[in-house]
Structure formats: C-alpha cells, structure tokens
Write a protein that binds this ligand. Structure first.
Ligand code: ATP
Length: 235
C-alpha cells in the first residue's frame, strides 16, 4: 500500500475549481515531485494534503486511513508535515526555540535533545547561529530553520513547497543535498517545484500538473527526457 494516496480530489476556491480531479500516489521511502507552471495547482494540492484546504470531492489517505476530513494539526500529529511556501518561521524566536516548537507534540525529552544534535549536524550553519533570532537570518538559513523545525516533528512524510524559491544557486544545491540526506534517513518526501529540471533530476517519480489536472507522470529521469516536458518546462 502507498504511504500517501491522493484520490480524485476536487478543490475549490469559492466557485473556482483549482483542482479538477487530481490523483497520485507517494510510495513509502520515495522522493516524489509535483511540477508545473504558475497557477497549475501545486500549492493547492499540498495544502489539501496537509489539511489547510478540504476537497469538495475525492479524498487523501495515509496508509489507507482517510485524512481529508481531519484538521491540519491532526494530520501533522500522524506524521504528515508541511514546510510552507515562503517558509514561515517564528521570526522573533531563536533558531533553537524554532526547533523546539517543531517538537511541541512530543514528550520524549531525550529523543528531542538527540534530534536537536542531529539538526546541528545536518545544518552546521544553524548550529553556528543557534541563539540568533530567526528573523535576522538569510533566506537560505531561514529555509534551513523551516526544514529543521519540520523534521523535529519526526515526520513520516515531509511536504515541501518550492524550497528553491529565492535562493542562490549554491544555496539551492545545499537545500537539495539536504533533501536527499533526509530521504536516505527514511523520510518520504513530496516536493513541489517550479524548477522542473532540478526536481525531476532528484525525484524517483514525478507528476506534471497543468490547470488543475495531472497531464503526465513517470520516473523522474523519464520525464526529464520527455519531449513535452522539455518543451513546456525545460526550454
Ligand atoms: P505557483 O507556482 O504560481 O505558486 P501553483 O501551481 O502552486 O502556482 P496554486 O497556488 O495551487 O498554483 O493555484 C491554483 C489556482 O488556484 C490558481 O488559478 C490560483 O489563482 C487559484 N488560487 C490559489 N489560491 C487561491 C485563493 N486563496 N483564492 C482564490 N483562488 C486561489
């Protein structure tokens, strides 16, 4: 059984149907990407999975369990955690406090302390800025805080919305290296990206979304070679 199943979801903003029957699966342990241009419905899909939006039709399941009627905090508690686009962090709190907020539903103090150590190793830059107020960090560093905070919840599936946005090429590379490391440690990743080249080159599987519908799917490497993808997204 797939870890996540998105089954024919129709999502509306008032009368506008932003998702017109989107279905896909995310297998346990994979990196899956959803690519597409502006307004295709990528963010809407992630927000529906994480419970910020609810489908009018269709449903989302985690290992067969229906999630689409749950509230966002319940979904986070069962291990599906989203790093929002624009990486909203607690800008007045320090790096350390932000990470602690990520673990607020956990009671295992030793585990939390151990995970903080792990985050310092995964993001050495953050360990140097441990007691700095997060609002004063660079864009790339704030992305790291958002990622580390999400990981502190020990997610099973991590949902990432445009992690490359606004970052320098070097920082983007670092963020993607980190995504690979996180995945190797057993976290399933669903990645939404406008940067199709980057996303498809690291994803096991990809889906192309256009105007609220999935129009193509396949292995990341196959989609990269697909003429239609190249014409539309890779120039
Ligand atoms: P981008 O890469 O530009 O962020 P996206 O693929 O993430 O695009 P969505 O943000 O999911 O696209 O938007 C899908 C459609 O839904 C768009 O037509 C958008 O205008 C519309 N939409 C998104 N949010 C709202 C909202 N809060 N109210 C009304 N319409 C919305």
């Amino acid at each position: 059984m797939a870890l996540l199943e998105v089954d024919d979801i129709h999502v509306f903003y008032d009368k506008i149907e932003a998702l017109k029957g989107v279905s896909f699966v995310v297998e346990q342990g994979c990196i899956v990407t959803l690519v597409g241009g502006n307004g295709a419905g990528k963010s809407t899909t992630l927000k529906t999975i994480s419970g910020l939006l609810h489908p009018r039709r269709g449903e989302v399941r985690l290992e067969g369990r229906r999630m689409s009627t749950m509230q966002a905090h319940e979904i986070a508690a069962i291990g599906v955690v989203q790093i929002p686009e624009g990486r909203r962090i607690f800008s007045r709190l320090t790096v350390r406090e932000n990470l602690e907020m990520g673990a607020f539903t956990r009671k295992d103090r030793a585990g939390i302390a151990g995970d903080k150590e792990k985050m310092m190793a995964l993001f050495p830059r953050l360990s140097e800025r441990w007691n700095q107020v997060a609002g004063t960090l660079s864009g790339g560093e704030q992305q790291m805080v958002a990622t580390a905070r999400a990981l502190m919840a020990r997610p099973r599936a991590l949902l990432m919305d445009e992690p490359s946005m606004g970052l320098s090429p070097m920082m983007v590379e670092q963020v993607f290296d980190t995504i690979r490391t996180i995945n190797e440690e057993g976290v399933t990743v669903l990645l939404v990206e406008q940067n199709a080249l980057l996303a498809l080159s690291m994803a096991d599987y990809g889906y192309v979304l256009e105007s609220g519908r999935i129009i193509l799917s396949g292995k990341g490497s196959d989609l990269l070679d697909d003429e239609r993808v190249q014409r539309a997204y890779l120039g």
